[in-house]
Design a protein around this ligand. Structure first.
Ligand SMILES: [Zn+2]
Length: 320
C-alpha cells in the first residue's frame, strides 16, 4: 500500500481541554480531583502523534521506534481513503493532509443509521486504499452490501487498509440481551462514541497507523503482533503454510507478489534457510533482514528492549 510518513502527520488533539481530560483518566475518584482535572492546562504543547506517550520507559521507547519506522515509509501516490461517516473523514483529512484523498459516504445532515446508499459508493469502496468505519453496527443497515459488491481485498477486516474505529473502545449501554422490543439499533452497545474527544483521539491514532503501514515479507508467520504494533503489513510468506518448507512453485508466486507489492524486506530467523530468502531477494531486489524473536538471537541483543530496538533499526535500514 502507498504510505505516508509519520513525520508528515499531525493530530491536533492536544487542545488544552483534551490534555486536561486525558490527564484525569484514572484519578477521577473524588469530587476534588475531578474539579482539578477540568481546569484547562495552559502549557500543553502543540503535539504530534508521538507527543504524548506513557510514563513507563518501554512505552517511551516504543513511541520513538514507531517514529523511526514511520519516517522511512515512502510516500508515493495519494492514498484513497473512504470514511463511512463525516467525523472519521474529518480526522482522516486532518491527519493525512495533502497526502490523502478522502471520500465521505454519509452526509453530515443524514441519519447515520439510515444512509441512502448510492451506486457511486461501491465504485469508491472498490478503489479505496483505506476504509474507516465505526465497527459498532451504526452502519449495519447500509455498509455490508456495499462492501460485498466492492470486493476490495485491501479493506478487508484485519488488513492495515481497514480502520475499525470501535476497536479498543469500551462501548457504553451494552444490552444484556437483544430483543426486537429494544429496537434494531445499538445491539453491540451505543455506537455514537465519537462524541467523546478522548475516544476520537485513539481513533485518530489508528488512522495514522494505517496511513503509515509498510508491506514486508517474512519466511514464517511469527510477526503478526510486531507488525500490528509497528504499522507493518506482512501477508507474503516464503512458507506456503506455517511449518511447510518453501516449494519452487510457491516461490514463483512469492516473487510475483513481492514485485507487484514493491516489497523491500524479507524477514528471516536464525533457524530458517537463509539461502532460499537470498534467492527470492536477488530475483526481486528486496533485502534479507535477519530477525529473531528472542534476545540473544542476534548480536548485541542481550535484553528484550535491545532486541526490539535492533529489529526496528534493521528493518528501517532495509526499507530506506
Ligand atoms: Zn444510534
Amino acid at each position: 500500500m502507498g504510505r505516508i510518513n509519520f513525520e508528515d502527520m499531525t493530530i491536533k488533539f492536544e487542545s488544552p481541554l483534551v490534555v486536561a481530560m486525558e490527564d484525569c483518566i484514572g484519578i477521577q475518584s473524588s469530587r476534588l480531583s475531578r474539579r482539578t482535572c477540568l481546569q484547562p492546562v495552559h502549557n500543553a504543547q502543540a503535539g504530534s502523534l508521538r507527543a504524548r506517550t506513557g510514563k513507563m520507559p518501554i512505552f517511551r521507547l516504543f513511541a520513538s521506534l514507531l517514529f523511526v519506522l514511520g519516517t522511512v515509509a515512502s510516500a508515493q501516490a495519494k492514498l484513497n481513503v473512504v470514511a463511512t461517516l463525516p467525523d472519521f473523514g474529518s480526522l482522516a483529512r486532518e491527519i493525512g493532509g495533502d497526502k490523502v484523498n478522502v471520500t465521505v459516504l454519509a452526509k453530515p445532515t443524514e441519519d447515520p443509521h439510515f444512509v441512502d446508499a448510492r451506486p457511486s459508493f461501491v465504485v469508491q469502496l472498490r478503489s479505496a486504499d483505506v476504509l474507516i468505519d465505526g465497527g459498532a453496527e451504526l452502519e449495519l443497515g447500509w455498509l455490508p452490501p456495499l462492501l460485498q459488491n466492492a470486493r476490495n481485498p485491501k479493506i478487508e477486516i484485519g488488513k492495515p487498509g481497514r480502520v475499525i474505529a470501535a476497536q479498543g473502545v469500551r462501548l457504553m449501554n451494552v444490552p444484556a440481551n437483544v430483543t426486537r422490543a429494544a429496537g434494531d439499533v445499538h445491539a453491540l452497545g451505543n455506537p455514537h462514541f465519537m462524541t467523546d474527544p478522548i475516544i476520537a483521539k485513539a481513533v485518530a491514532q489508528h488512522i495514522a497507523q494505517s496511513f503509515a503501514a509498510v508491506d514486508v515479507a517474512a519466511y514464517h508467520d511469527s510477526w503478526v503482533y510486531f507488525a500490528h504494533r509497528f504499522g507493518l503489513e506482512i501477508d507474503v510468506f516464503l512458507e506456503p503454510k506455517p511449518g511447510i518448507p518453501p516449494s519452487p512453485s510457491h516461490l514463483v508466486e512469492v516473487i510475483a507478489q513481492i514485485k507487484s507489492q514493491k516489497i523491500k524486506a524479507i524477514i528471516v530467523e536464525p533457524f530458517h534457510e537463509r539461502k532460499i530468502a537470498e534467492k527470492v531477494a536477488s530475483a526481486t531486489g528486496a533485502k534479507v533482514v535477519d530477525f529473531s524473536q528472542f534476545p540473544g538471537g542476534l548480536p548485541e541483543t542481550d535484553t528484550y528492549v535491545k532486541l526490539i530496538d535492533t529489529l526496528v533499526s534493521r528493518l528501517a535500514a532495509a526499507l530506506e
